[in-house]
Ligand binder design. Structure first.
Ligand code: ZN
Length: 288
């Protein structure tokens, strides 16, 4: 753990490290805690960070997988789906990490307003976080839709088409272009999700960054919005981030290990308190 800022007295009350105890206290004391997750929580599930050295973009040229190329030609789409045949099974086979499980549990405990994520792998939902509590800034690789008629197809369906035929996937209903809901290079981020994420970030009184290096914009503005609106900012990431200097708490560790300990501390810490000392759970708080 780096940059410990233990609160006086907290260590004595907490069986875990001071930073973890402080993070647990922040969740317990917050009325609208928001999590912001990045690639780090997915790499803990075995999904490689495609941007890291030795990652996918060392073997494939990202400039070929733009939105423009996908929309512009059958050849562009063929290249995309060839890549997808390699990457999608990795996503499909991944299991939620300790961080995904911990966030779902925090929500069950009434200690999480929502999770804003840069990830596209559906693992927050598969861990049990309700879909309406997951705001996906970069889309979702497990869903596709027809750009002409709007018909939705699961990625599993499209993957089966790819396995069965050399044809580039087209909408069975209207012949239109079928596109994953993933945001491609050069594609605008989904407007409704972006608006909702900004609204939730500004309304938050605690923003906890998990496994994000905060270098991909505009997603990385969300913790900035939260901090500027008065939220406490905590960052849990293995590497330093550009926002560390603005953060109230920085923990340089794996998100899964940290969040599992935090959830355990919240469970046992809440149980240790007198009922009159227990913070109200979020369900009893009015929505912003
Ligand atoms: Zn269609």
């Amino acid at each position: 753990m780096a940059l410990g800022r233990g609160v006086a007295g907290l260590e004595a009350a907490s069986p875990v490290n001071g930073d973890l105890g402080r993070l647990a206290e922040l969740f317990l004391g917050a009325a609208r805690p928001v999590a912001f997750t990045g690639a780090g929580v997915s790499t803990e599930s075995g999904i490689p960070d495609f941007r890291s050295p030795g990652g996918l973009w060392d073997r494939f040229d990202p400039s070929e997988f733009t939105y423009r190329n996908f929309i512009g030609s059958v050849g562009g789409r063929r290249k995309y789906w060839d890549l997808g045949r390699v990457t999608y099974p990795v996503i499909r086979a991944a299991r939620p990490s300790a961080a995904h499980v911990a966030l779902a549990e925090l929500h069950r405990l009434g200690r999480l307003d929502c999770c804003i994520t840069q990830n596209i792998d559906d693992l927050h939902q598969r861990a049990g976080l309700p879909a309406d509590k997951v705001i996906e800034l970069h889309g979702n690789a497990t869903r596709t839709r027809c750009l002409e008629c709007g018909a939705a197809y699961t990625r599993d369906e499209v993957h089966a088409w790819l396995e069965a035929s050399d044809e580039v996937p087209a909408c069975p209903r209207c012949g239109g272009i079928v596109k994953p809901t993933t945001v491609l290079f050069g594609e605008a981020m989904p407007a409704a999700e972006l608006r909702e994420a900004e609204r939730r970030a500004r309304a938050a009184d605690l923003c906890v960054v998990l496994g994000s290096s905060l270098v991909v914009y505009p997603a990385a503005y969300m913790p900035v919005h939260a901090k500027h609106a008065g939220a406490t900012l905590a960052i849990v990431n293995l590497e330093p981030t550009p926002l560390d200097a603005q953060a109230d708490l920085v923990i340089r560790d794996k998100a899964g290990a940290v969040m599992a300990a935090v959830v355990e501390e919240i469970r046992t810490g809440t149980a240790r308190r007198e009922p009159s000392e227990r913070p109200e759970a979020l369900e009893r708080q009015p929505a912003p």
